[in-house]
Design a protein around this ligand. Structure first.
Ligand code: JFZ
Length: 477
C-alpha cells in the first residue's frame, strides 16, 4: 500500500515535470512581448511602397570628401574602400577633415547625373547626404562641417533632388548614423561622460534627420547606415520614437531594416524574427539564391562595380563587373522579388568617371528594349532553369524569360507548379513567335534559334492566368 502511494507520487511528479517542460518549450516559441520590435506584420500595401516594389533598377551615389583623395594619400594606395580612408592610420584625422577646404566640384552637373541615371533605366536613386566622415552635402544648421563652409558654399542635395525628380526618378536619402566628425559620437557607452556626450549626439542626429525631411519633402525614404556599433544598438527606445516621429512627419516614408535595434539589441529582425522596417536592407553586395532566402519580405540589393569600392577610387582595381553581369544581377534580383541598386562614385570635381558612364549606357541600351521584364515585375513562382531567370508582371498575365545562357539544343524548359496555360511565346524584341512544345502536364519546351544572340534577351509568355506566383510566395512568408 505504502509502495503504491509512493509510486503514484513519483509518477505524478514525473508527469508534472514533463508537462512543465513542455510548457516552457511552448513559451520559448511563443512571441516575446517587445516594446521596440517590428510594428507591422507582413508587407506594406500602400501606393508609395507598391511603387517602390515596381522600381526594379536603382542607382546609388556615394559622394563626399573622400572623392578628393580617391583612395590615395601622398602617392600611397589605401587598401580598403575609398570612402573609409579617414579611418586609415596612414592619414591624420585632422588632415582628412580639412579636405572640406578643397571641396569645390566645378564640374558638378546635377542634370547630367540625373540624365545618366534615367538613360540607364534607374527608377530611384539613393544619395549619400552624410557618410561616416560626417561631412554634410547639405548646409545643415547643426554642424559647421558642411558644404556651406567649403569653397563650393552651395547645397548639393537640393539640386540633385530637383534634377532627379524632374527626370522622373524618386530619391532616397542615405544617412550614416555613425559620425566620425561629431564630438559626441561614441562606439560604445562605458562611462558617465560617454553617456552625456552621446545624449548630445542623439539630439544632433534627430535634428539633422528632421532637417533633411523638412528641406527635401519629395524624398521617398531614408537609407540608414553606420548603425552597428554598441552605442547605437543600445538606443532602442530613442530610435523607435524617432522613427515614429519621422513617419508622422512624412506619411508613406520608406525606411529599411538598418535603422534601429530592438530592446535586446537585435538588428534587422527583432527578437521574434520579424523584419523591422519596410524592407530588408541586408543584401549588400550579395544576392539571394532562392525565394526562401527572402522570407516573403521586400528587399533591395546594393552593388558596387568593382569588388568593394563605393566612393570614387582612382585605382579602379580588382574585378570590374561588366554590363552583362550587372544586367544578370538585375534580372536575378527582380526574379526573386527585389530591386537592384547600382553604385556610382563621382569624382571630387563632380564629374562621373567614363567607365561608369559607359556601363550606364550599356545597361540602358538593354533596358530600353527589355524593361518590360524588369519594371513592375515579381517572382514568377516557377522552377529556376539554367538558361536564366523568370519574372512575372505584377499587373498582367505575362511571364518573362530573361535568357543568359542558350543551350546548344535551343530548347528552353519551363516547369510550372500548377496549370499556367501558355497561350503563346515570342521574343520581346521584334515579337517573333516561338514554337512551344508541351512535354508533360507541367513541362513545356520553348524552341529558339541558337545563333546570333550576343546579349541576354527576353521571351514573353502569354498565359491564361499567370503562374500562380502569389500562392507560392505566401508559402514562404
Ligand atoms: C556600409 C558602409 O560602411 C560603406 O562605406 C557603404 O556606404 C555601404 C553601402 O554601407 O558598409 C557596409 C554595411 C553593411 C554591410 C557591409 C558593408 N553588411 O551588412 O554586410
Amino acid at each position: 500500500m505504502k509502495n503504491r502511494k509512493l509510486f503514484l507520487i513519483l509518477i505524478s511528479a514525473i508527469l508534472c515535470s514533463q508537462f512543465c517542460q513542455a510548457q516552457q518549450v511552448e513559451h520559448q516559441q511563443a512571441a516575446i512581448s517587445l516594446k521596440h520590435g517590428a510594428h507591422r506584420i507582413g508587407k506594406r500595401t500602400d501606393e508609395v511602397m507598391q511603387k517602390w516594389r515596381g522600381y526594379g533598377l536603382g542607382q546609388f551615389i556615394h559622394w563626399g570628401l573622400y572623392a578628393i583623395p580617391g583612395g590615395e594619400w601622398n602617392g600611397k594606395q589605401y587598401d580598403g574602400a575609398a570612402e573609409w580612408i579617414r579611418s586609415w592610420n596612414g592619414i591624420p584625422k585632422s588632415t582628412y577633415d580639412s579636405l572640406i577646404y578643397k571641396f569645390n566640384p566645378v564640374n558638378f552637373n546635377p542634370e547630367e547625373w540625373a540624365g545618366i541615371a534615367k538613360n540607364m533605366g534607374a527608377k530611384y536613386v539613393t544619395i549619400t547626404t552624410k557618410h561616416h566622415d560626417g561631412f554634410c552635402l547639405w548646409p545643415s544648421k547643426y554642424t559647421s562641417y558642411t558644404v556651406a563652409k567649403s569653397p563650393w558654399k552651395k547645397d548639393v542635395i537640393g539640386p540633385l533632388v530637383d534634377a532627379y525628380n524632374k527626370a522622373g526618378i524618386d530619391v532616397i536619402l542615405y544617412f550614416s548614423i555613425m559620425d566620425w566628425n561629431h564630438p559626441g559620437w561614441r562606439y560604445d557607452i562605458k562611462t558617465k561622460s560617454d553617456s552625456i556626450a552621446f545624449e548630445g549626439f542623439k539630439k544632433f542626429t534627430r535634428n539633422q534627420l528632421i532637417e533633411l525631411l523638412t528641406r527635401y519633402p519629395t524624398a521617398k525614404g531614408l537609407w540608414f547606415d553606420g548603425t552597428w556599433d554598441k552605442s547605437w544598438v543600445k538606443q532602442a527606445e530613442f530610435a523607435d520614437e524617432l522613427e515614429t516621429e519621422m513617419r508622422k512627419l512624412r506619411p508613406g516614408l520608406i525606411i529599411g531594416s538598418r535603422f534601429r535595434a530592438d530592446e535586446f539589441g537585435k538588428r534587422h529582425f527583432d527578437s521574434n524574427h520579424m523584419l523591422m522596417g519596410d524592407y530588408e536592407q541586408g543584401w549588400e553586395r550579395k544576392l539571394p539564391n532562392k525565394i526562401e532566402d527572402v522570407h516573403g519580405n521586400d528587399w533591395d540589393c546594393v552593388m558596387t562595380v568593382p569588388e568593394n569600392q563605393w566612393g570614387y577610387n582612382k585605382a579602379w582595381k580588382g574585378h570590374i563587373k561588366t554590363s552583362n553581369e550587372l544586367i544578370e544581377m538585375t534580372a536575378k534580383a527582380v526574379s526573386l522579388g527585389g530591386n537592384f541598386v547600382l553604385n556610382f562614385g563621382p569624382k571630387g570635381d563632380g564629374s562621373i568617371r567614363e567607365e561608369e558612364k559607359k556601363l550606364a549606357a550599356e545597361i540602358g541600351d538593354w533596358m530600353k528594349v527589355n524593361n518590360e521584364a524588369i519594371y513592375n515585375c515579381e517572382y514568377a513562382g516557377l522552377e529556376k532553369q539554367d538558361w536564366g531567370y523568370f519574372t512575372k508582371s505584377r499587373n498582367t498575365n505575362k511571364v518573362y524569360m530573361i535568357v543568359f545562357n542558350v543551350p546548344v539544343s535551343g530548347s528552353l524548359l519551363v516547369k510550372q507548379g500548377g496549370h499556367m496555360g501558355i497561350t503563346q511565346g515570342y521574343l520581346l524584341e521584334g515579337k517573333k513567335q516561338l514554337s512551344i512544345e508541351k512535354i508533360d502536364g507541367s513541362t513545356s519546351a520553348i524552341h529558339i534559334p541558337t545563333v546570333g544572340q550576343k546579349q541576354p534577351f527576353v521571351i514573353v509568355l502569354e498565359t491564361e492566368k499567370g503562374s500562380g506566383a502569389k500562392e507560392d510566395i505566401n508559402k514562404h512568408i
